[in-house]
Design a binder for this molecule. Structure first.
Ligand SMILES: C[S@@+](CC[C@H](N)C(=O)[O-])C[C@H]1O[C@@H](n2cnc3c(N)ncnc32)[C@H](O)[C@@H]1O
Length: 240
């Protein structure tokens, strides 16, 4: 029996109007939809975003992904979820795995893709790009990410401010995703580097409760998980 194709679909950062036409078209035609959620609750934002587009009789299967740094726990979850997905593909069902923003950028889909490619090489995987959180946030905050000979980098703040300290040597604009846990450390580093007034915080872009904070110095902020920083490092320390 012919196996189904797995579509990794980026659904954009929140606003359902930022779902691409290609993604919406596929979602109107695919019956099996996998939606990731954190094991802390059963809510899937990616599913919420696509709900206006899916078939009435679509079967939505929520897959639990733990929010942990424990490699073993994570790998077990990736393997188990990959097996569930493959069991549907083996029945010949085309299936979609929906993911926030873009599937190739800090996405759970990347891990699933790697496991399936390694363990089930005969399965066809197609990736449908999505609008990233930082492209939507730059538009919302009116921040140009790069022009002319400039460069910008995207880093993760999940481990603290170390990557930011390195990034200021090589980029004119820096985007920091996953800032929520280490926000005060990142803020202190920005102060030290004289960049605190050049940073904009965008939270829940395109969603209820959206916030664009242009003065992060003056506010006592506890950003939500869906928050990122865009830092203007033009004229700053660079090693070119
Ligand atoms: C696991 S990454 C997902 C990135 C996503 N694949 C993308 O292409 O943008 C999660 C981080 O993306 C950022 N993010 C995602 N959606 C966002 C939104 N609507 N507003 C602000 N930041 C968002 C936050 O920094 C969050 O901690």
């Amino acid at each position: 029996m012919k196996k189904g194709t797995l579509y990794g679909i980026g659904v954009g950062p929140g606003d359902p109007e930022l779902v691409t036409i290609k993604a919406a078209y596929l979602l109107q035609n695919i019956k099996i939809i996998f939606a990731p959620f954190s094991s802390k609750n059963t809510y899937s934002l990616a599913f919420d975003i696509i709900s206006p587009y899916i078939k009435r009789d679509a079967q939505v299967i929520k897959l639990s992904f733990p929010m942990t740094k424990d490699k073993k726990v994570l790998e077990d979850a990736w393997n188990e979820n990959a097996e569930i997905i493959v069991s549907y593909l083996n029945r010949g069902e085309d299936s979609a795995f929906v993911t926030l923003g873009d599937p190739m950028t800090y996405s759970t889909f990347g891990y699933i893709k790697k496991v399936i490619e390694e363990e089930y090489p005969d399965i066809v995987i197609k990736v449908i790009p999505g609008i990233t959180s930082y492209h939507a946030a730059a538009a919302r905050a009116g921040k140009i990410l790069a022009e002319s000979e400039e460069s910008f980098v995207v880093i993760s703040g999940a481990m603290g401010a170390e990557k930011l300290r390195k990034a200021i040597h090589c980029a004119d604009h820096i985007v920091v995703l996953k800032v929520y846990k280490n926000f005060s450390e990142i803020k202190d580093a920005l102060k030290e580097m004289n960049l605190i007034d050049k940073a904009v915080l965008v939270s829940r872009c395109g969603l209820e409760g959206e916030e664009v904070v242009k003065d992060i110095r003056s506010k006592d902020i506890t950003p939500s998980y869906l928050s990122l920083l865009i830092i203007d490092n033009k004229g700053g320390l660079k090693d070119e």
